[in-house]
Structures are given as structure tokens and as C-alpha cells.
Design a protein around this ligand. Structure first.
Ligand code: BGC
Length: 492
């Protein structure tokens, strides 16, 4: 199968990212569908035949909830599931293994999709959101980890970015499928939203099936004393015979380091803050914190509304502009994949932060000016696209790569779990507070994100060391050996 096997493994597991992306891409559009809103009672049809949101001031007999309430809960229940999924998997990933964790994530995501698409009320819909969210939370932590542990050092960064590439493909596919559904299916029938949400079961089921055929992570196998299996898988992944000196050397390095770490004993949660590890936990947490404060999901969740407020016709904002936005998000991942093993993680994070900061300032400027001179709205839109390019080629892929490579084996599941929970928690917080901020300061909210982007570029400059070209076993050289390991080494 050649070196392609390596890529096949990364793309197969990457389907987990595609599910994550599909969810991000689909939910905003579903929430704005009249069919969905009327079914769950937060929109009603008035005497003139127009749909209106149910608000405390306009509460009609057809209303069973308020628009802001229900849409908030639909987003929130999913994100809470994601945080829970990341927590669960950080406790279980060592026992269950990366491969089975991904399988479990795919299964839960599919069950969540079934519940959401057949729901006859919020009592079924919300639990469906939580279950689907748990699935995505599990996958978002275990997929990059699995890819990172099966990859060779020289292309580990590139292969891990496959995860982000698949997220962006998922977002794009969701917007294409939704655009077709919105155009073709009767907008008053509940088939519209059921279909949009039901489609996600297909990639969910695909992931579940293909992961059965994917190998276990060699590092995880060695940790379970299944050395001969680990050696065979490593050789297959590297497309070399088991007897090849390069395979033998890599196998020995992994085994020595896994055994050394095992001798120190089971990792506890407080150890995440111990010398040698604390800095990695700090970086994992804050890189994900900053990744969310780029404002990426505010752009993605509310993009059609954003383009409409910039003066674009609602239909155009809903379909072509949203499609273009999601397409740029996908295509711009490629420069990141190319540069990550040439320029490195650190420089890309610094440049990306600066580029996104400048783009946000331009969005604010042209958005403001377009309120007076509508001809300027296209400049505001181009600025949004520049921001997206900056995100998709730097902070989008690199943060997931970085968190999956910095932790030593013993604490890898817990450390990446904390970083992943940080991603989902900030995602939830920002989704909740942004509509309120926008209501108060309108387009000036882009200056808040611009400031965050400049701060994250500075943060990277000061705190984030380069990891390009280092094997997972060599990370101690960069961050310092964990306490127990250092003592052992000095005794040896
Ligand atoms: C982020 C998500 C975001 C996506 C967009 C991911 O790296 O973690 O929050 O929606 O990129 O492509």
C-alpha cells in the first residue's frame, strides 16, 4: 500500500473532524429555517402569512417558547455535551485506546443525529444534542491524538492538520447540502430540517465502520505490553520491513520512553501542573482559549446575518456568500498544511495572529463605512475573507496539532483533554455572550477580537516554543523533563 497507508489512516480518522464540521455548518442554517422554528414553537405565521419570532412582547397562541431561549439552548446543549465528551475521554482514553475512543465518538454522534432528526419535541431534541455533542467532544480530542501517535516526526504536523482540513470540508459540505435542501424541499414542511440533521448519520456510520479497519496506535499498544503488534503496525505505517533499522530505532525510542514513564506510575490530575508538565498544560489551555477568541465561530455561526447586516440581500447572504466563506475556510487550510513543516508552528501562529488582527480592524472600519456608503460593503466582505484565510492557515490547524504533540504519554490523555475542554468551553461562552455584545456595540465588537488576535501573537512570541522536527519522545528537551523522569534520569 506504500506510504499512502499513513495518509489513509489520517484521513480515515479525520472523518471525525468532518462530523464536527458538519455540525458547525448545519446548525446555524437549521435554526433560521421557518420549518424548524415553527415546529418547535418559537416562530409563528401571522395573518399576512409572514413568519415572526416569538418574543416576550409578541407571544401568540402558536408560540410555546421564545426564539432567543430555544436557539440558545439548542447551541448550548450541544456544546455542554462536547465539554462532557472531552472530559469523559480524557479519563478513558488510556484504558479504551485512541481507536476505540474514536469509534465510540462516531457511534454517539450517530445516535445523537438519529434522536435530533426524529424528535417530536424538545424533550427528545435536547438529549439528542447532548449525545451528539459528547460524540464530537470525544472525537475532537482523540482524532488529533491518534493521528499524531501514528505519524512519523517529519510529517506529523502535516498529517495532524488533516483533522482541521476535514473540519473545514464538513462545514463546506453542510452548507452545500443545506443550500440544496433549502432550495428544493418545501420550506414549510418539517422534512426540511429533519433531512438537514439526518444527513449527518451517513458520515457518522462511515466513520464507525472504517475505524474498525484502522490500526491501533503503536504507542498505546506498547503501553499495554502488546509489543509485537506495535512493531508490526509501526512497520506497516512506515512502509518498511519490521527488521529495518529505522523502524527498530523508532520502536526502541517509543518503548523506552513509554516504559520509563510507566515506571513513574499512573498520572494524577494534579500532575498536569507539576514542573515539566505545567507549562504544557498552560499552553494547551491558552492556545485553545485564544483560538476561540479569534472570533472564528462568531463569523461562522452568524455569517449570513453578518453579510445581510453589511447590506447584502438576504438570499445572497444565505447561499452564495456563505458558500464562498466556507470554501475559503477549506482551501486556506492547504497553505497551513504546507507551511507547518517548513516554517514551523510558532511563526505561523505569530503571523496568523497579526493577520487576523489587521483583518478584524478592516472589517470594523468597512462595516462602519458601509452603513453610510453601501458600495463599501464588498470591502467589508473581503476583510472577512482575509480573516478567514488567516485563521484557516494558522490558528485553526496548528492549535490542534500542537496540543496533541506536547504532552508525554502518561499525561497525554489528560493534558489534551484539558486543552480540548478549554476549546469547547470558550466556544460556548463566546456563542452565548457575543449576541449581547453585538446588540450593545454593533460592529465595534470586531475590535475586541482584533485586540485578542494581537495579544495571542504576542503570547506566542513570548511563551510558545517551536516543536517542528522533534519526535514526541523528544518534547522533554523543549519543555523540561517531568519531575519523576528527571530524577530517574539523574539516578541512571
Ligand atoms: C475550531 C472550531 C472552528 C473550526 C472552523 C476549528 O479549529 O476549533 O471552533 O469552528 O476550526 O474551521
Amino acid at each position: 500500500m506504500g506510504a499512502y497507508y499513513q495518509y489513509l489512516v489520517a484521513f480515515a480518522a479525520g472523518v471525525g473532524g468532518l462530523l464536527f464540521g458538519y455540525e458547525i455548518g448545519v446548525i446555524g442554517q437549521v435554526l433560521s429555517m421557518n420549518s424548524f422554528a415553527a415546529y418547535f414553537g418559537y416562530r409563528y405565521k401571522n395573518a399576512a402569512g409572514d413568519y415572526k419570532d416569538c418574543t416576550p412582547d409578541e407571544y401568540f397562541t402558536g408560540c410555546t417558547s421564545y426564539a432567543e431561549d430555544t436557539t440558545g439552548w439548542v447551541t448550548f446543549t450541544f456544546l455542554i455535551g462536547c465539554v462532557g465528551g472531552a472530559l469523559i475521554v480524557s479519563m478513558m482514553a488510556d484504558a479504551l485506546g485512541r481507536k476505540y475512543s474514536i469509534l465510540l465518538g462516531g457511534l454517539l454522534f450517530t445516535i445523537g443525529g438519529v434522536l435530533q432528526s426524529v424528535a417530536n419535541g424538545l424533550g427528545v431534541f435536547y438529549p439528542g444534542r447532548v449525545v451528539g455533542g459528547i460524540g464530537v467532544g470525544i472525537m475532537s480530542m482523540s482524532v488529533p491524538l491518534y493521528i499524531s501517535e501514528t505519524s512519523p516526526t517529519a510529517i506529523r504536523g502535516r498529517l495532524t492538520t488533516v483533522y482541521q482540513l476535514m473540519i473545514t470540508i464538513g462545514i463546506f459540505i453542510a452548507s452545500v447540502i443545506n443550500s440544496i435542501i433549502i432550495t428544493v424541499v418545501d420550506n414549510a414542511s418539517d422534512t426540511e430540517w429533519r433531512l438537514a440533521l439526518g444527513v449527518q448519520m451517513i458520515p457518522g456510520a462511515i466513520l464507525f465502520v472504517i475505524m474498525f479497519f484502522m490500526p491501533f496506535s503503536p504507542r498505546w499498544l506498547i503501553n499495554r505490553d502488546r509489543d509485537s503488534e506495535a512493531l508490526a503496525i509501526l512497520a506497516r505505517l512506515r512502509n518498511l520491513p519490521e527488521s529495518d533499522p529505522a523502524v527498530a530505532a523508532e520502536f526502541k525510542d517509543i518503548r523506552d520512553s513509554v516504559h520509563e514513564e510507566r515506571e513513574i506510575g499512573q498520572a494524577s490530575w494534579p500532575e498536569l501542573f507539576a514542573p515539566g508538565i505545567g507549562k504544557r498544560t498552560f499552553l494547551g489551555f491558552f492556545l485553545q482559549f485564544f483560538q476561540q477568541w479569534t472570533g472564528i465561530n462568531v463569523i461562522l455561526y452568524y455569517q449570513s446575518d453578518l453579510f445581510a447586516r453589511m447590506g447584502i440581500d438576504k438570499k445572497a447572504a444565505d447561499i452564495p456568500f456563505t458558500l464562498a466563506n466556507n470554501f475559503i475556510n477549506f482551501v486556506a487550510t492547504f497553505p497551513g498544511m504546507y507551511l507547518i513543516e517548513r516554517v514551523g508552528r510558532r511563526k505561523l501562529l505569530i503571523w496568523g495572529g497579526i493577520m487576523m488582527g489587521v483583518a478584524h480592524c478592516l472589517v470594523c472600519l468597512f462595516f462602519g463605512l458601509s452603513q453610510q456608503t453601501s458600495a463599501l460593503s464588498w470591502l467589508a466582505i473581503v476583510s472577512v475573507y482575509i480573516f478567514l484565510f488567516g485563521f484557516a492557515s494558522t490558528w485553526g490547524p496548528i492549535v490542534w496539532t500542537y496540543q496533541s504533540e506536547i504532552f508525554p504519554m502518561r499525561v497525554r490523555a489528560k493534558g489534551t483533554g484539558v486543552a480540548t475542554m478549554s476549546n469547547w468551553t470558550w466556544n460556548a461562552v463566546i456563542a452565548k455572550v457575543t449576541p449581547k455584545i453585538i446588540a450593545r456595540i454593533n460592529f465595534y465588537n470586531y475590535l475586541v477580537f482584533a485586540a485578542a488576535c494581537f495579544i495571542m501573537a504576542t503570547f506566542t512570541y513570548v511563551f510558545v516554543p517551536e516543536t517542528m522536527g522533534k519526535s514526541l519522545e523528544e518534547m522533554d528537551e523543549i519543555f523540561g523533563a517531568p519531575e519523576g523522569a528527571a530524577e530517574k534520569k539523574s539516578k541512571a
